[in-house]
Write a protein that binds this ligand. Structure first.
Ligand code: DSN
Length: 427
């Protein structure tokens, strides 16, 4: 067999097992309700760029200064991604090479911190992120993170408490941003606290990058030294990281990402980031962002109507935190029951949780993915009703199976990746 033939055989022939797993995943995504707040469905254009021949290319370095030949088209896509990221967020500099959000955060830490330095970060159990100082993460292992959190009264960020901790500990860096916090974050106020104590600031906007890009959440870019993000959540791009910063940090930051932390960039992913940023620059994207926020508010109100406590009393963004333990159900049991009904969520600790993280008292629920499918407020009410029924029926497999059928019917009215489903459905 010639190498040409080998190259052109379809996945289904080369590796039927992986092909089948992909088919089944296409089907799972299409027939269920995806409510994980950090997930979304990318466009065919983003998928095409990710699956392009740029995956073959080594390109250590930055546009115009590479350690490999043949980088002229790589330079084109990286320059496009950088220019679009800067335009989208009004940033002075963008590094689009970070492989992930975690590496984007490390990129900032390694640029401005020395091991042992003191940093303030939001408590993971109050909605922060693993990479903001958890003792088992490299951030918590290398640096002396001190946690701030939300106030017990209203479950909103306790800015006065944060300021007290900043004055007491004189951190070198204040990290803000969250992965399970449904309210507006006052980045300007946090930057003012940092300025008072001579700390630098890093805002991790992985979750709310979309609302910020659309002007629907105050931006940290004018106020913070560094802004990090993933590109695959509300931004609806490929799985990857992004770092924005002031011009004065450009050289140090770029040197930290490469050669400090990473080798060759994922050129196919940078190409897909460029496509996603272009999509996010279109007027329709702002409409989409407004809809995920509106949808989330409706979902929260309807779930509250079913007797569930919503952490902090509501939501300002794309996610809500549902206190299922207020109805005697653990997050773990709730997640598993909903999964049987093809409603995908994740258990999550809520502030001052009495249950451990693998059990948890809450569910984190987000609307980016279902909104991408075109669902609106009517569907959110139906989804809240389905969630409430599934939780009521958590010990009744037959009822959960019936709800699963209703979920498939609802999902079927908002088709997803139709051309990719064909192979599976024709079997
Ligand atoms: N795992 C992501 C999330 O679900 O929020 C954050 O890294």
């Amino acid at each position: 067999m010639s190498s040409g033939n080998r190259m052109e055989r379809p996945l289904r022939q080369v590796d039927p097992e992986v092909a089948e797993a992909i088919d089944r995943e296409v089907n799972r995504q299409a027939t269920g309700l995806e409510l994980i707040a950090s997930e979304n469905f990318v466009s065919e254009a983003v998928l095409e760029a990710m699956g392009s021949v740029f995956t073959n290319k080594y390109a250590e370095g930055y546009p115009g200064r590479r350690y490999y030949g043949g980088c002229e088209f790589t330079d084109d896509v990286e320059r496009l991604a950088i220019a679009r990221a800067k335009e989208l967020f009004g940033a002075e500099h963008a590094n689009v090479q970070a492989h992930s959000g975690s590496q984007a955060n490390q990129g900032v830490y390694f640029t401005v911190l020395q091991p042992g330095d003191t940093v303030l970060g939001m408590d993971l159990s109050h909605g922060g992120h693993l990479t903001h100082g958890h003792p088992l993460n490299i951030s918590g292992i290398l640096y002396n993170f001190v946690a701030y959190g939300v106030s017990p009264e209203d479950e909103r960020l306790d800015y006065d408490g944060l300021e007290k901790l900043a004055i007491e500990h004189r951190p070198k860096l204040i990290v803000c941003g969250a992965s399970a916090y449904p309210r507006i974050i006052d980045f300007e106020r946090i930057a003012a606290i940092a300025a008072k104590v001579g700390a630098k600031t890093m805002a991790d906007i992985a979750h709310i990058a979309g609302p910020i890009a659309a002007g629907l959440h105050p931006s940290p870019v004018p106020h913070c030294d560094f802004v990090t993000s993933t590109t695959h959540k509300t931004l609806r791009g490929p799985r990857g990281g992004l770092i924005l910063c002031k011009k004065k940090y450009r050289k140090d930051l770029n040197r930290t990402v490469f050669p400090g932390l990473q080798g060759g960039p994922f050129v196919h992913i940078m190409a897909a980031k460029a496509v996603a940023f272009r999509e996010a620059l279109q007027p329709e994207y702002r409409v989409y962002m407004q809809q995920i926020i509106d949808n989330c508010r409706v979902l929260a109100e309807r779930l509250a109507g079913h007797g569930y406590r919503i952490v902090s009393g509501g939501t300002d963004n794309h996610m809500l935190m549902l206190d299922v333990f207020s109805r005697g159900i653990t997050g773990k049991v709730a997640e598993e029951a909903l999964e049987q009904a093809a409603i995908t969520t994740n258990k999550n600790t809520i502030p001052f949780d009495k249950n451990p993280p693998m059990v948890a008292s809450g569910l984190r629920i987000g609307t980016p993915a279902v909104t991408t499918r075109g669902m609106g407020e009517t569907e959110m009410q139906a989804i809240a009703d389905l969630i409430a029924r599934a939780l009521e029926s958590r010990e009744d497999p037959a009822s959960l199976a019936a709800i699963r059928g209703e979920v498939a019917e609802l999902a079927g009215r908002f088709p997803l990746y139709l051309s990719r489903q064909a192979a599976f459905l024709s079997e």
